[in-house]
Design a protein. Structure first.
Length: 165
């Protein structure tokens, strides 16, 4: 089955010409994962971006303390991607990704994308611009969540708690 039509509708492909999208799509490798399968571990080295075709992927982070439970911070659905920072910096993964359902993923390896981007400069520019927009949007969302959490902590810390008599 071709997942190209789904990829074409995403922010990753926004602004690409049909021939450029074809060249990019050819780089993706299909991967099928069962529910509960860890796609990658937090702090592991990664050089791949993943695009969800079917199923759902949970993005999970550890708490600050060793004994903290893991927390689901995002759920990635069909038509969206995750692991995009690996294409940018190759630093250790900031979270774990695991399949919530049986899922079909497309995987884009950084080295394959880099070779295409060096050959087709416009493709490289457009895709990296789209990745930057996505990362910026996700950062803004995180900042707003942190501000809201900080506001709640501030409100709660200023509450007067009635003392037992």
């Amino acid at each position: 089955m071709s997942w190209r039509p789904l990829l074409e509708k995403t922010e990753l492909a926004e602004g690409l010409k049909a021939s450029e999208l074809d060249a990019l799509y050819q780089l993706f490798e299909q991967r099928t994962v069962r529910a509960g399968t860890v796609v990658f571990e937090e702090e592991s080295r990664g050089r791949e971006l993943f695009f969800v075709c079917e199923g759902r992927i949970e993005i999970v982070m550890r708490g600050l303390r060793e004994d903290d439970n893991r927390m689901v911070v995002n759920e990635v659905r069909p038509g969206h991607f995750f692991g995009e920072l690996a294409l940018v910096d190759g630093a250790p993964r900031s979270a774990q990704a695991r399949a919530k359902d049986d899922s079909v993923l497309l995987m884009l390896r950084e080295e394959n994308f880099r070779l295409l981007a060096e050959k087709e400069l416009r493709v490289g520019y457009v895709v990296m611009r789209n990745l930057a927009r996505t990362v910026a949007s996700r950062l803004r969302t995180t900042n707003l969540k942190m501000r809201n959490n900080h506001d709640w902590v501030s409100i709660l810390s200023n509450l007067e708690v009635p003392q037992p008599r």
